[in-house]
Design a protein around this ligand. Structure first.
Ligand SMILES: NC(=O)c1ccc[n+]([C@@H]2O[C@H](COP(=O)([O-])OP(=O)(O)OC[C@H]3O[C@@H](n4cnc5c(N)ncnc54)[C@H](OP(=O)(O)O)[C@@H]3O)[C@@H](O)[C@H]2O)c1
Length: 168
């Protein structure tokens, strides 16, 4: 039984952020799904494919050419589903702001690069690859805290605004 039946069968699916917690879980679920024929697992750091259904591509948001190269995958066939599961809340160099007084231009730029600009560049190069003669889906993971209706606590300003911008 496939959860992807509405999209049809023999599906070609792309996952960005395949090394992340959610992205890896998507790849594992997709490789086990009988409706899926091929998966492209895209990541910045090395992703080790464990199934012959899964191809890998190295993609970094600082390098648009790497996104263009990934968009050549199975270029004679339409894509049925593209999932963007990349994201940045904190890293070794930065932590989420607890107050607006902690706002930092470099951290804001990096957060927007990963959470907003990267997914937009993926849309630029992958939307034209989606199936046109049937249903297809492009999905990018936002966050509940990027919603105006969940904005009571404050903090995490860069993450929140970058996720709100992603929705736009
Ligand atoms: N986990 C949650 O509870 C939760 C809640 C709400 C929303 N979300 C959203 O769901 C998505 C996935 O979350 P997660 O918990 O799976 O995150 P995660 O484990 O931190 O994974 C993030 C992914 O983004 C990639 N990435 C980071 N910087 C990148 C860059 N500059 N270029 C290309 N790729 C980059 C990472 O690749 P590398 O391995 O190369 O660093 C990694 O694959 C994110 O958008 C997150 O904001 C998560």
């Amino acid at each position: 039984m496939s959860h992807l039946e509405p999209l049809g069968s023999r599906l070609n699916v792309v996952v960005f952020g395949a090394t992340g917690g959610i992205g890896r879980a998507f790849v594992e679920a997709l490789q086990a799904d009988p409706a899926v024929e091929n998966v492209l697992a895209c990541s910045r750091s090395v992703f080790h494919a464990v199934d012959e259904k899964v191809d890998v591509a190295s993609v970094s948001f600082g390098d648009e050419d790497s996104i263009i190269a990934a968009a050549q995958w199975r270029q004679d066939e339409p894509l049925d589903l593209v999932i963007v599961a990349t994201g940045l809340l904190h890293s070794d160099q930065m932590r989420p702001e607890k107050s607006w007084q902690e706002l930092d231009a470099d951290n804001l730029f990096e957060t927007f690069k990963v959470n907003t600009i990267g997914p937009a560049l993926i849309a630029k190069h992958f939307l034209p690859r989606l199936r046109k003669d049937g249903p297809s889906v492009f999905a990018a993971l936002s966050a509940r805290v990027g919603s105006i209706s969940d904005n009571q606590l404050g903090g995490w300003h860069g993450y929140r605004v970058s996720k709100a911008a992603l929705i736009c």
